[in-house]
Design a protein around this ligand. Sequence first.
Ligand code: PHE
Length: 451
Amino acid sequence: SAVGLGNIWKFPYITGENGGGAFVLVYLACILVIGVPIMMAEIMLGRRGRQSPINTMRDLSIEAGHSTHWQYLGWLGVIAGFLILSYYSVIAGWALSYIFRAASGVFTDASVEVVKTEFVSLVGDPEKLVAWHSLFMVLTMFVVARGVQGGLEKAVKFLMPSLFIILILLVGYSMQNGEFNMAVKFLFTPDFEALFYKTDAQGNEYMSWNAVLIAMGHAFFTLSLGMGAIMVYGSYLPADTSIAKTTFMIAAADTIVALMAGLAIFPIVFANNLEPGSGPGLIFNTLPFAFGHMDGGIIFGTLFFVLLSFAAWSSSISLIEPAVAWLVENLSLSRIKASVLMGIACWAVGLLTVFSFNIWSDVKPLADIKIFKDATIFDLLDYLTANIMLPLGGLLIAIFSVWIMSREASMEELDMGDRPGYKLWRFLVRYITPIAVLIVFLNVLGILTFK
Ligand code: PHE
């Protein structure tokens, strides 16, 4: 669930849009002090409830002697997952279509202009995008309808390491042929000016913590937190598996994959005078160029987009699983019916994203608000889900796990004893997460300002 488009597609482009180093630093800090503890909390709740997130939250609040209103937290997650999948599927469709572009050899010895033209001709054509989006949604709902089973686990165990190996290869290419030092400097030298200072539509500079919120939101997004996806997987986790160890492994692997993607992409960006902040097309405008100029590029390029599509696929299943699980448990629909219904609804909402890249690319619904001056419908959907709904879900998960649930219950489920590890977890979830999320929210809303 964790490794997906978030690492390879989203992390590089939002890092490019937000000035590099300082953004990466805030993101890493958020992974460590917010992401890891919240992931532990979410897995813990899931394993204790052993049902869909909505019913888990209901039963755990009854167990804690509290109002069952906590089940709305489950609802928030179901809606967030649904909305995320609606656009995730469109982008995954790009990855699918690039399998065939890479295989056809169009990128062999291609210039950056040719690579760019390929991308523009794809996203500019709503019919193509709808077709690939539809295919991806069908593939996703096919697995969801059958239920998460052993076959998927086996495939993931083999395919994710393969993706990792191709990433190593790409980083190797970029080291030799790209502006590697510039990329390292860009990614790891914090420039807080670039993080905090933006210009509005009139060209005036203003200060905003919006980029901090984007970095924090991405920590939630990339670890699949705050919406119940990880709770669902927690509900499948064997009783004797260590939640802390599992969490560290997921967070480390996820972060390494994202950083490698950055190290593969930015050297190519700088070597070819591309714009780091060019937006969602960044990987599609850079990596094909690398494949086009390396030995065996057709094979590696094709394989890369196969594996990227696969990573997107295995993540998208967990985005919609909470919704489907709830329909099955509560409305007694069959899994197949529930999946078809959700798939169609989510596909339809996905059309908003499809059109954001072509016929509605000039539609900027909230252009009057400074931070949204250039935001398309897709950008707004992404912002609403990743930067508002997921952190809000995470905040509520934090509050529930340490203020509502009894200490005995969480200690028993995390199974770490009353040792420093448990105490540190409790401290982070009790104070640091809620305070951090609230401060950043209030700042972006303009209620709390710093000079
Ligand atoms: N973590 C996934 C990614 O990085 C996206 C995701 C978010 C999946 C939320 C499930 C839940 O691509």
